[in-house]
Design a protein around this ligand. Structure first.
Ligand SMILES: NC(=O)c1ccc[n+]([C@@H]2O[C@H](COP(=O)([O-])OP(=O)(O)OC[C@H]3O[C@@H](n4cnc5c(N)ncnc54)[C@H](OP(=O)(O)O)[C@@H]3O)[C@@H](O)[C@H]2O)c1
Length: 399
């Protein structure tokens, strides 16, 4: 029986993980759960799964959850309720946990993910921002612990699967597929009028809001380039992006002899989650893909001029360290401002570019240093958001 901690249990990946656990009651058990502010769903999950510990982001919400659990006959001896960053770390490092699913959105999941690796847990990583901001530290610690970091992000999960067909030294290129997002065919001249609702309408995947907007700007693919460099220890020039609107091939690995291996499956995150939870085994599932659906597959190169976020991510990947922290922090702030309709779609990359160029390059020696740089980059990004709002400029001019 594998005992699982889910960081971000109320989110899209968290709920998919619980659905996988539900399908395999003889293999998996929920040990601990961490969520943000959705106390209602956290309560339902706690009653259903009876974890040892539940953490919420906020103290007041945690107290309210505890009171409701008591009313439901579940006292502190049954379920401990904790809160804040320390609470998430407790959930991730609990002695009864074997496997941690890291699926909190953004840098809020960083410390707990790092501590889980440090505590010798096997980690399934959905939270790509962890690897973008602090990938060097996290992967070095996983190597020290001799534990695998198992990618849940579908592209990296696909690459992980393809890499079982050869050795790392035999890899020529990693090819990340990108759906292209909802604006693949939208002319750049129309970007100024893109609404939040249009940006949240992803053509192939149903995900949380941040990653959906990141997919529309192609920043998500940029993050994935950095994630691939760090997970698989390859330089950015060996990670290529190809637009593949059907999202049928989840990614590919090209080997030195010219062979290319691709991974194909349904567009359902339960499959990469199941793969990570059972690795190195494969077990039967009902997540089937019909080979007949392979009739129509399109590919084209990404348009870096139209989607400058991808170019910015390649630039940050080449420098690493503080630049990738700035990239992620500025994107998180800019996307939140876009979702609140404070800035336009086209201003997202402009804010990120300015924050990146104002951030000096630097190496990272600790998670605390990463978090400090992250806070500084966020402050700068918020300042830029204010400036754009003051200017009230017509939005959308992506350079
Ligand atoms: N969804 C996908 O298909 C997909 C695919 C690949 C990778 N990913 C990555 O997986 C991660 C999660 O994505 P998602 O789509 O599942 O996002 P989501 O639906 O927005 O869920 C985010 C989760 O994080 C929790 N959270 C937010 N702030 C927190 C905090 N301060 N402390 C503790 N928990 C906090 C949220 O809790 P509340 O809801 O309770 O506030 C929620 O459970 C992201 O890094 C994303 O890039 C997602």
């Amino acid at each position: 029986m594998k005992r699982i901690a889910i960081l971000g249990s109320t989110g899209s990946i968290g709920r998919s993980t619980l659905s996988v656990v539900e399908s395999y009651p003889d293999r998996f058990q929920v040990a601990t759960l961490a969520a943000g502010n959705n106390a209602e769903l956290a309560f339902e999950q706690a009653v259903r799964w009876k974890p040892r510990v539940v953490s919420l982001a906020d103290e007041a919400a945690a107290e309210a959850l505890q009171a409701k659990l008591r009313q439901a006959g579940l006292g502190e001896t049954e379920i401990e309720v904790v809160h804040g960053a320390a609470g998430t770390v407790r959930v991730a490092t609990h002695p009864e946990v074997d496997f941690v699913v890291s699926a909190i959105v953004g840098v809020s999941g960083l410390e707990a993910t790092y501590e889980a690796v440090r505590a010798g847990k096997t980690v399934g990583l959905a939270n790509k921002e962890c690897l973008v901001a602090a990938g060097e530290l996290i992967t070095a610690e996983a190597r020290r612990q001799g534990k695998p970091l198992l990618p849940i992000d579908s592209e990296h999960n696909a690459i992980h699967q393809c890499l079982r067909g050869g050795r790392m030294e035999e890899v020529e290129h990693i090819w990340l597929t990108a759906s292209g997002g909802p604006f693949l065919r939208t002319p750049k001249s129309e970007f100024a009028s893109i609404t939040v609702q249009q940006a949240l309408n992803h053509p192939t995947w149903k995900m949380g809001k941040r990653i959906t907007v990141d997919s529309a700007t192609l920043m998500n693919k940029g993050f994935e380039v950095i994630e691939a460099c760090r997970l698989f220890q390859v330089p950015p020039e060996r990670v290529q992006v190809v637009v593949h609107p059907q999202s049928t091939i989840h990614s590919l690995v090209e080997f030195v002899d010219g062979s290319i291996l691709a991974q194909i499956s349904v567009t359902d995150m339960r499959l990469p989650i199941l793969y990570a939870l059972t690795y190195p085994e494969r077990i039967p599932s009902d997540l089937r893909f019909s080979v007949m659906d392979l009739r129509h597959l399109d590919f084209c190169p990404p348009d870096m001029a139209k989607f400058p976020c991808l170019r910015l991510a390649y630039e940050a990947a080449a420098t690493g360290g503080a630049k990738t922290i700035a990239l992620n922090a500025a994107d998180e702030v800019a996307v939140a401002a876009f979702l609140e309709e404070q800035i336009g779609f086209g201003e997202i990359p402009r804010i990120i570019e300015e924050v990146m160029s104002a951030t000096p390059a630097g190496h990272l020696e600790s998670i605390q240093k990463v978090l400090t740089l992250d806070t500084e980059a966020r402050l700068l990004a918020r300042e830029m958001v204010k400036q754009f709002r003051r200017r009230g400029s017509p939005i959308g001019a992506i350079s």
